[in-house]
Design a protein around this ligand. Structure first.
Ligand SMILES: NC(=O)c1ccc[n+]([C@@H]2O[C@H](COP(=O)([O-])OP(=O)(O)OC[C@H]3O[C@@H](n4cnc5c(N)ncnc54)[C@H](OP(=O)(O)O)[C@@H]3O)[C@@H](O)[C@H]2O)c1
Length: 309
């Protein structure tokens, strides 16, 4: 595929790691689109070309994308849906050849999850839109990122205050991925699009999701690993138990009571732990780690890095 890669959101938690990984894994250039109001700065590397401007300007976006072929979208969660849509439409108008869309989370293709978490349908809608635009896409299913969510406390494990809630009932193992692993997967995949190896069949990845993971574990196993990484024992922690269905239902109530995001995360994580909601996509669908040559990471090491920050 001729042309290069463009990333939008290249200064973020994920985007900055993709840029970093791109520079170390390839010798190809990378174009970064950043907002006019952004205070982000980028590594001083001759292979990086930065386009700073107004995301409502088609002319600006088009100019940054023209002549390039793969668009990676790693815009923050607060990016307006219309803005993301305009980015996709402009990529098509600029003649780009492949989109790695927003998403980067739970398996929106799991029917039970989609039914329980209505916002998951946004991923399906955006992919349909991209297809209508006539550009192939490949999405990335990563589940909650291990390091980001250890810091956010969304696993209900509060490292600083040594408190945790473990969910009970019909719970199961779930996949989780480090941001570094997500970034490496994107870089290896985009490199294959641009410079495919003989055994890599691009068409196998057209209009579908790639599933990647770092680990498969229960919430209890995660807590035990956190205890090990913090040199603490079970006695140092205050651990409560709660039925996972109660946790999900409380989240749904919060969503309807003006605390939409808090409730949404609660429902998403409750579903992550629950049987049948696609949290363990590795066992259901398999993962693409091997074809992308992703390393097997060490949980203690990754948690140690995440906890140190
Ligand atoms: N699976 C998970 O656990 C998980 C966790 C977090 C996020 N995510 C998802 O991964 C994607 C990237 O997340 P992230 O945490 O890396 O994002 P982020 O760091 O919050 O933001 C990424 C970049 O987006 C740009 N940006 C910020 N606000 C924006 C806005 N309102 N409109 C347009 N651009 C904006 C900024 O780049 P410039 O300043 O350079 O413009 C920012 O550095 C999102 O789709 C998010 O939903 C998944």
């Amino acid at each position: 595929m001729s042309g290069g890669v463009v990333i939008i959101g290249g200064s973020g938690h994920l985007g900055s790691r993709i840029v970093q990984s791109w520079l170390s894994e390839t010798d190809m250039p990378i174009t970064i689109i950043t907002r006019a109001e952004s205070e982000a700065s980028f590594t001083n590397d001759a292979r990086i070309s930065v386009h700073k401007g107004d995301y409502t300007s088609v002319a600006f976006l088009k100019e940054a994308m023209t002549g390039q072929s793969v668009l990676v979208c790693a815009m923050g969660l607060t990016a307006a849906p219309e803005s993301v849509e305009l980015v996709y439409k402009t990529a098509a108008a600029a003649g780009m050849k492949w989109i790695i869309p927003q998403g980067w989370g739970n398996d929106w293709q799991n029917a039970q999850l989609a039914a329980r978490v209505p916002p998951m349908s946004a991923a399906k809608a955006s992919r349909s839109m991209i297809t209508e635009l006539g550009i192939p896409y490949t999405g990335f299913i990563t589940n909650p990122w291990l390091d980001w969510n250890i810091s956010s406390g969304l696993f209900s494990i509060d490292v600083a205050s040594r408190k945790a809630t473990l969910y009970t009932g019909a719970v199961t193992r779930f996949n989780t991925t480090t941001i570094a692993q997500v970034a490496l997967a994107v870089v290896r995949f985009v490199r294959q699009l641009l410079q495919p190896e003989p055994n890599f069949r691009i068409e196998d990845y057209r209009d579908r999701e790639v599933y990647i993971r770092s680990f498969l574990l229960t919430q209890k196993e995660l807590l035990e690993a956190v205890q090990q990484a913090t040199n603490t024992s079970a006695d140092d922690w205050k651990v409560e138990m709660q039925d996972v269905q109660v946790y999900i239902r409380d989240g749904e109530s919060l969503m309807g009571q003006g605390q939409f995001m808090r409730g949404l995360f609660q429902v998403l994580f409750g579903c992550l732990y629950s049987e049948g909601f696609g949290g363990d996509y590795e066992s259901d669908k398999g993962v693409d780690n091997a074809v992308l040559g992703l390393p097997q990471e060490d949980l203690d090491l990754e948690l140690g890095k995440a906890i140190k920050g």
